[in-house]
Design a protein around this ligand. Structure first.
Ligand SMILES: Cc1ncc(C[n+]2csc(CCOP(=O)(O)OP(=O)(O)O)c2C)c(N)n1
Ligand SMILES: [Mg+2]
Length: 680
């Protein structure tokens, strides 16, 4: 049996597909681990995409003008790695032989930043799809922002996003959210190929899933095409090619591919067993027989490589044409071009710092309000900044007041306020996609308590080291009457537990402006944790605040040779300051420390940390309106954490704060307790 040759390649097309199928089978076999099924059956699809439809340059995987490809079903990673190798990316046959080994370039699932040519880390099903939606949004926005006058298809900002998704991807709830967003925004630069093999790990998808996916996507505003299997049982690659060659209309495009998992493996095809385990030597030999070849493992015929490596020449030519297009645009639009270049380099204009708002000591301002005012200044200096919220723009204070909404109608794609709807998870994943697109800065808001809904995307942002910014207001029980469902307790501790994620919880308005500055400087994701209630602005010199926030913690006030240190985060710094006044009245020497970011403080050298929290100063109190979990290493064996180790209550904010023990009196009592303990 031979497979159909993808068009657009030479007559060796069918051998290319065969080589791609066998690389997947052989690599999984060599690793004795991995997911051969879809990587084998979808080889013609990937070959068609990489050989014809995706605009890419294997010699420059970071080329800004390239299309993006996301393998949302990341378990089929060998499908992608085989194409990257065949088309000439920096991924050798030896690399493939080391698939899944410790430190190897092709890790188990595709990882951004590890393998050249991988545009997003995938594996957590559904998120790749949502990141693709975000990338398509970023490209649509940049096109409207930088080159709105160009005809369709004639701008260097015309880039497409290709996603390959599996049954599991589309079973995940995030695909409903993201699909709905894509439909509303008419993202016609997005093509999702859906591998409808009707198999998942438990067996047939019928066990768990009965909906009509075509109708579902049509209802969400997508154009849907279906590609039935060819007579031999393979994917009908000619039909797929003609579907992909059609001009896009105004909608995102879902291409439903009927396929048989692991086709044409003689006995493994169509079975759930082929999803995630090596086929075994006998079955791989059978696969070779079905494919009509007798090659050794990892053997790729020279003429196959000659054919696939044409992608290098074609890619270089596309890249070259794009460079010309870009040069022309730059000459015509020097100002926009300067903005774009600065945005891509993530450069921050010098003037921004000087223009940040300042608040007078004593002014009563909530940190969410301070964030709103800061955002307006950032928006003025950073045209690449877009933001929004999951239907909480007003409570989160996320709107850019000088800008329009991001919408597909009437030039609205240049709008900078994104209305995500109540879809926190897709919002966070799409923000990651927008950041991956490059050249756009993005923030997205919700209540801190709903950061749990976003959590799996926060984790991918941290893993990929993406500077996505998450704005979380209503950061404690002090939000009051909405009650315990809306009052975060364990969230700060759980965010701190995530490697590479920086949360900053500013204590007043000036710390909030500083927190934004620090967030813009981060190489990884940041969460800005903001309060609803007004706080008294501290009397601290602004430059000291910026440096203090950068370092995660700093001394707000200190008596000589302090007996006790009171550490406050966010709104609870006020309690520490009030308690310090009471303690000083009783003759206790006190140091007050503001700790907006445990994460940043932990990264400081020992010398700085000891200058803020001298090891000999064992009498320590931390006060934070949240679980005390995780504070042990800051307070040490004699310290006391004043927090809330239970869910909150519904009631007026001040009543709830008292009921939860968030009072200066409790901090004073804790100080007396730690003083006594430290003397033992
Ligand atoms: C969020 C998430 N849950 C569970 C898994 C584990 N897992 C990997 S693949 C898969 C389902 C496989 O079915 P399908 O998506 O149809 O892929 P196919 O086997 O057809 O390639 C599951 C549950 C995962 N990767 N991500
Ligand atoms: Mg499946």
């Amino acid at each position: 049996m031979t497979t159909t040759a993808p068009p657009g390649l030479s007559r060796t097309g069918s051998e290319v597909v065969t080589a791609a199928r066998l690389l997947a089978a052989d690599a999984v076999e060599a690793a004795q681990s991995g997911h051969p099924g879809a990587a084998i059956s979808l080889a013609p699809v990937a070959t068609l995409l990489y050989g014809k439809h995706i605009r890419h340059d294997p010699q420059d995987p970071d080329w800004a003008g390239r299309d993006r490809f996301i393998l949302s079903c990341g378990h089929a990673s060998m499908l992608l790695y085989a194409q990257l190798h065949l088309t000439g990316y920096e991924l050798s046959l030896d690399d493939l032989k080391n698939f899944r080994r410790l430190g190897s370039k092709p890790p188990g699932h595709p990882e951004y930043g590890i393998t050249p040519g991988v545009d997003a880390t995938t594996g957590p099903l559904g998120q790749g799809f949502a990141m693709g939606v975000g990338m398509a949004m970023a490209f649509a926005h940049q096109r409207a922002l930088y080159d709105p006058e160009a005809n369709a298809g004639e701008s260097p900002f015309d880039r497409r996003v290709w996603v390959l998704a599996s049954d599991g991807d589309l079973e995940e709830g995030i695909s409903y959210e993201a699909g709905s967003i894509a439909g509303r925004h008419q993202l016609n630069n997005l093509t999702v190929l859906y591998d409808r093999n009707r198999i998942q790990i438990d067996g047939s998808t019928d066990l768990a899933w009965s909906e009509d996916v075509v109708s579902r996507f049509e209802a969400q505003g997508w154009r849907v095409s279906t590609v039935p299997r060819a007579v031999d049982g393979d994917i009908d690659i000619n039909r797929l090619d003609s579907v992909l060659s059609e001009d896009p209309d105004h909608r995102p495009h879902l291409v439903v591919l009927d396929s048989e998992i692991a086709w044409p493996s003689p006995t493994a095809r169509g079975t759930a067993g082929s999803h995630g385990a090596p086929l075994g030597a006998e079955e791989v030999a059978g696969l070779r027989r079905e494919l009509g070849v007798d090659s050794a493992p990892f053997e790729v015929p020279g003429d196959v490589l000659d054919a696939t490596r044409q992608a290098v020449t074609v890619g270089a030519e596309l890249h070259h044409q794009w460079d010309d297009q870009m040069a022309q645009w730059t000459a015509q639009q020097p100002e926009r071009a300067a903005d774009y270049r600065r945005a891509v380099e993530r450069d921050i204009p010098d003037q921004l710092g000087a223009d940040l708002p300042r608040w007078e000591p004593g002014a009563m301002v909530s940190t969410r309000d301070a964030s709103r005012d800061t955002i307006q200044v950032l928006a003025k200096h950073l045209p690449e900044l877009v933001g929004g919220s999951a239907d909480l723009a007003d409570p989160n204070r996320t709107a850019i007041t000088s800008a329009d909404s991001f919408l597909p109608e009437d030039g609205g794609r240049a709008g900078r306020n994104i209305h995500w709807g109540v879809r926190e998870f897709a919002m966070a994943a799409a923000v990651n996609g927008m950041v991956l697109a490059g050249g756009t800065r993005v923030y997205a808001g919700t209540f801190l308590t709903f950061s749990d809904y976003e959590r799996a995307a926060l984790r991918l942002a941290a893993l990929m080291k993406l500077p996505s910014i998450f704005v979380w207001s209503h950061d404690s029980i002090a939000l009051g009457q909405d009650g315990p469902t809306h009052q975060p307790i364990e969230h700060l501790a759980s965010l701190r537990a995530m490697p590479g994620f920086t949360s900053i919880r500013p204590a007043d308005a000036n710390e909030t402006a500083a927190a934004w500055t620090v967030a813009l400087e981060q190489d990884g994701p940041t969460g800005l944790v903001l309060c609803r209630q007004p706080l008294k602005t501290l009397d601290i010199e602004p430059d000291g605040i910026i440096d203090g926030v950068r370092r995660g913690a700093y001394i707000v006030s200190s008596d000589n040779d302090p007996d006790v240190v009171l550490i406050g985060t966010g709104s609870e710094l006020e309690l520490a300051v009030d308690a310090a006044t009471a303690l000083r009245g009783n003759g206790v020497a006190v140091r007050v420390v503001s700790m907006p970011s445990r994460d940043l403080f932990d990264q400081q050298d020992q010398e700085y940390r000891a200058s803020v929290l001298p090891p000999r100063l064992r009498a320590r109190v931390v006060v934070e309106a949240a679980t005390t979990f995780g504070w042990g290493d800051i307070i040490g064996d004699a310290g006391v954490a004043v927090g809330i180790d239970h869910f909150g209550e519904s009631g007026p904010a001040s009543d709830v704060q008292r009921a939860c023990g968030m009072t200066p009196e409790r901090v004073v009592a804790a100080a007396e307790q730690t003083l006594a303990q430290s003397r033992k």
